[in-house]
Design a protein around this ligand. Structure first.
Ligand code: ZN
Length: 647
């Protein structure tokens, strides 16, 4: 790893742009490098699908703004144009007009009048349409009217979730209609547990509800054909038969749109454990749909970090011990934990819903029944967490929001190690633990399903973090390291994550809800025994843990209840718990935190510029794949829009 590597390249609005290194790439074989190269090309080709999924107007808006950006002949060196650039960068970062995290539409800082000037002084000669003026009028409404398409994913359970959501998964369909449609599908299917609706837009035409399937012959065909083209090239470089089979199944799924084949692919993928290179490519996560049915397109190409994987292997080998010793009700536990495969990976390419903002761990497949019968693959993405860690050391956040010098010291010494272990436990064990009661499915918890699931996985990790077992297994050097994670979790759940929420707003995002839920619940339940102490010094509020052992017990109590809710599909209890602890913010504390945070001059969100891979040729033959690390976010976005604009 290059120690002089610059991680952060720029900051704008609430966003920092970072880069990540790909240590170990040079040491791969040419065959492996080529496999990564072709899978990386496939990882770029679905970008426009995601943009269209996020909102129907996104691609038009992006193309319009990019045309201005590239052809505007007016003055660029002024505040107005800089505001325009920031707005475009925010759109690139969010893959659309809505904030990637809060899901709210953001409004430009420049005026409508200035927008008219931008339009007037740009070149539209290559703009392929007869009614430019009508399009501009429509775009203006989208950009400047805050009541239009105001939220990408609504979780406001009091109103129709689909009407409240600006995403493009349902067209002209109400929530009850969509729910009835998929209920009927799964009833008709009987024992067949296909993830109905995962790869389609549900539309109402002439009073009839039907699905537009995303496939080589259906919706998004132009992009999917390209994905398939690169996957076919990748086939030639598969490391072994198992991996070849995985790629073949995925291609078959894209060709037919048949979800049975997606399940076949997922099962084959779970079973492919020996390959060094791995990838995700498809319609995967359902967070972008308030009903949790539709999969957003994403891709991650990666290879195993063999040294760091030893740590997660230890966790995997002891999975049964953890399940047996978890504090949940015996009837909600798995008798046998299957196939917990865990590894640490180095990401080589991010695409679709994993870029520019990216997860730090993944645990797939999502289908509960495949997880129960075949297990799941769980990974920690350590070159990403490392980039975050390196860029955070200089931020001043820790010093500002920690309750004591001791806490700061502990975080600097152990924060990286214990943060990684939390992710491992969350991904390798947390999501895979527990058992559903007969007939219960995750979707029974509706809009609370994601929050409850993340709460469960986090609690499982937190509970065992401070167990003697983690030290015995050599996963942590000592209890201090576990304390560092407890400090960080409570500090984040009650304080620092609130910097991501606008003044006066509720918490919407599932992971944020889950973190506050856990921190606020344990704070309240531990009040009597002073488990966590709240103190105000010089107008600054701090939360300090006074009794770590007692906090561990509280994590265990809550885990037991959350597992019960999940196992029994207790919607009412999920709603009560999430609404009571995960949604509302103490407004006075919130204002104080925002004020303190503002003084630090930081941006709360970060995302990444991808590396680039180029084929090195000697005459006819390819002799190497070269990796470079570009450092200009806008350049990369324009490049992607030029080279991978299929829709
Ligand atoms: Zn998770």
């Amino acid at each position: 790893m290059n120690n002089n590597f610059e991680y952060q390249t720029e900051q704008f609005a609430d966003i920092r742009i970072l880069r990540y290194q790909v240590p170990g790439f040079e040491g791969l074989t040419l065959n492996q490098k080529l496999l990564i190269y072709f899978l990386s090309e496939a990882a770029h080709c679905g970008r426009d699908i995601l943009w269209d999924q996020n909102c129907e107007c996104n691609l038009l808006v992006r193309k319009c703004l990019e045309n201005i950006y590239l052809s505007f002949k007016g003055e660029r060196d002024n505040a107005n144009f800089r505001d325009f650039e920031i707005y475009l960068k925010r759109i690139w970062f969010s893959n659309g007009i809505h904030h990637h995290y809060s899901m709210d539409k953001f409004i430009p800082r420049f005026s409508k009048v200035y927008f008219d000037e931008l339009i007037k002084l740009s070149d539209w000669s290559e703009w392929n349409c007869d009614n430019l003026n009508d399009q501009i009028t429509a775009i203006k409404e989208v950009l400047f009217d805050s009541s239009v398409l105001s939220k990408r994913v609504s979780l406001d359970a009091e109103n129709d979730l689909l009407e409240g959501s600006a995403n493009n998964y349902y067209q002209g369909v109400t929530q009850p209609e969509a729910e009835a449609f998929y209920k009927q599908k799964s009833e008709e299917a009987g024992d067949n547990r296909i993830s109905f609706g995962l790869n389609s837009t549900l539309v109402k035409r002439d009073g009839k509800i039907k699905e537009d399937i995303w496939s080589v012959e259906g919706k998004y065909a132009e992009a999917i054909i390209e994905i398939v083209k690169w996957l076919e090239k990748a086939l030639d470089y598969a490391e072994n038969d198992k991996q070849r089979f995985v790629i073949e199944k995925l291609i078959a799924f894209y060709r037919t749109g048949d979800l049975q084949m997606f399940d076949d692919y997922s099962i084959a993928w779970v079973k492919d454990l020996d390959s060094r290179i791995d990838f995700v490519n498809g319609f995967i996560e359902v967070y972008g749909d308030s009903l949790g049915i539709k999969g957003s397109w994403e891709s991650i190409v990666n290879f195993k970090d063999e040294e760091a994987t030893k740590r997660t292997q230890i966790i995997g080998e002891n999975a049964q011990w953890f399940e047996d010793h978890s504090p949940v009700d015996p009837q909600h536990k798995k008798e046998t934990v299957k196939g917990v495969s865990a590894k640490v990976i180095t990401v080589a390419m991010l695409g679709g819903d994993c870029h520019p903002a990216t997860p730090i761990g993944i645990n797939l497949p999502n289908a509960d029944w495949i997880r129960e019968e075949y297990g799941s693959k769980s990974v920690t993405i350590e070159n990403i967490t490392h980039a975050y860690h390196m860029s955070s050391l200089k931020s001043g956040m820790l010093e500002e929001f920690s309750g004591s010098q001791e806490e700061v010291k502990r975080a600097k010494e152990y924060g990286y190690v214990s943060g990684n272990l939390h992710t491992d436990l969350h991904e390798c064990l947390g999501h895979g633990s527990g058992k559903m009661m007969p007939g219960v499915v995750s979707e029974d918890l509706k809009s609370y399903a994601s929050t409850i699931e993340e709460t469960r996985a986090d609690l499982f990790a937190l509970y065992f973090m401070l167990d003697d077992k983690t030290i015995e297994l050599g996963l942590l050097p000592n209890k201090e390291a576990a304390y560092a994670e407890y400090d960080a979790y409570i500090r984040n759940g009650l304080v620092t994550q609130l910097v991501r929420v606008e003044s006066g707003k509720d918490i919407e995002e599932s992971h944020m809800r889950n973190r506050q839920l856990i921190a606020a619940w344990t704070f309240e339940k531990g009040k009597e025994n002073k488990t966590i102490e709240k103190c105000v010094v010089g107008g600054k509020t701090y939360f300090s843990i006074k009794d770590y052992k007692r906090l561990k017990e509280l994590f265990g109590q809550l885990l037991k209840e959350v597992q019960r809710i999940k196992s029994e599909g207790d919607y009412e209890a999920a709603m009560r718990l999430v609404e009571a602890y995960g949604v509302k913010i103490d407004t006075e504390l919130h204002e104080e935190i925002l004020e303190r945070y503002k003084l630090l001059g930081l941006a709360p969100y970060a995302g990444f510029i991808n590396p680039e891979y180029n084929l090195v040729r000697d005459g006819e033959s390819i002799v190497d794949v070269e990796i470079t690390y570009p450092n200009d976010f806008a350049d990369q976005m324009i490049k992607y829009s030029n080279e991978y604009a299929y829709l």
